[in-house]
Design a protein around this ligand. Structure first.
Ligand code: PMP
Length: 299
């Protein structure tokens, strides 16, 4: 926290911190995986760059350089002896300065937490797929809330959609953009496969986050010799797709086996999704030579 290693129990903030009231923080979700050369943080620099860009969008002055943040992420993994891999959660937030909406008098604090965390949607979801429903909540208009920034406040929208889906008996929600096109899931990007071609919504106008796992998958797919494009997608495209899957650092690569009770394809993970999953899991563990530059070794 703010440049010091602090015990878990002591990592506390004041109840009147600005971010607690107004959602004014930015954060990242990063994973480290075990490799034959010790733990490696996957695409660490890309995550730190997105964190700093998110902060810029919110006019938060991060009091550390990108190199310092990269070093701090490595330090946290090392200090906690997380050699089997972990999830990292850096957050830049406004602490307690002066109560009121104006963020300018508040200090900018930075914390990085790390802990062992299994795959977000569960091992069964990874193996057999998850169920999803189209949410009644729309994604933000990028001119109402800046969707390019991974900000804490933006996740009220995701959280409402997630709860609605779970209470209705589904695993995950798919949000539509204000214009009705498919945007993304609550914490993951979405891909659609049809006739061997892959599509994912255009990040800029669908309000979806520019996902790092999404970019990784796009590279893997192109190297498989398949076509992948950013294109507007409508909800019925999901009903008639051969395969649908989601991507995110926490969730990794997860097949969607039904959307609004319509089975996707055969209602089980399809061959293209399975091949991408296999390559992704091997890549993050440093088992694919051509993608080794994405690994940031901690030891
Ligand atoms: N969309 C949202 C809303 C997210 O929270 C995340 C997770 N950061 C993603 C997409 C996937 O992004 P990434 O692959 O960079 O984790």
């Amino acid at each position: 926290m703010d440049g010091e290693l602090v015990d878990w129990a002591d990592a506390q903030v004041h109840v009147l911190s600005h971010t607690m009231h107004y959602g004014s923080g930015v954060f990242e979700g990063i994973r480290a995986y075990p490799t034959t050369q010790g733990p490696a943080i996957f695409r660490l620099r890309d995550h730190v760059r997105r964190l700093v860009q998110s902060a810029k969008i919110l006019l938060l002055d991060v009091p550390f350089t990108e190199d310092e943040l990269v070093g701090a992420c490595r330090d946290v993994v090392r200090a906690n002896d997380l050699s089997d891999g972990c999830y990292l959660r850096p957050i830049v937030f406004l602490g307690y300065g002066e109560m009121g909406l104006n963020p300018l008098p508040c200090p900018v604090n930075v914390a990085i937490a790390a802990w062992p965390w299994g795959t977000y949607l569960g091992d069964d979801g990874v193996a057999n797929g998850v169920t999803a429903k189209i949410s009644s909540w729309r994604r933000h208009d990028p001119n109402a809330v800046p969707t390019a920034a991974k900000s804490t406040g933006m996740y009220l929208n995701s959280s409402l959609a997630k709860v609605e889906a779970i209470k209705a008996g589904y695993d995950e929600a798919i949000l539509l953009a204000p214009d009705g096109h498919v945007s993304e899931c609550t914490g993951e990007n979405l891909f659609v496969v049809r006739d061997g071609r892959l599509r994912t919504p255009p990040t800029s106008d669908s309000g979806a986050l520019d996902g790092i796992t999404q970019q990784t998958v796009e590279t893997i797919v192109a190297d498989m010799g398949l076509e992948v494009t950013h294109e507007p997608i409508i909800r019925t495209d999901l009903y008639t797709a051969d395969e649908v899957f989601l991507t995110g650092t926490a969730a990794e690569v997860v097949p969607i086996r039904s959307v609004d009770d319509r089975a996707v394809g055969e209602g089980r993970p399809g061959p293209i999704t399975k091949e991408i999953q296999e390559t992704y899991f091997a890549t993050v563990r440093g088992q694919v030579d051509r993608y080794k530059d994405w690994l940031d070794h901690v030891e």
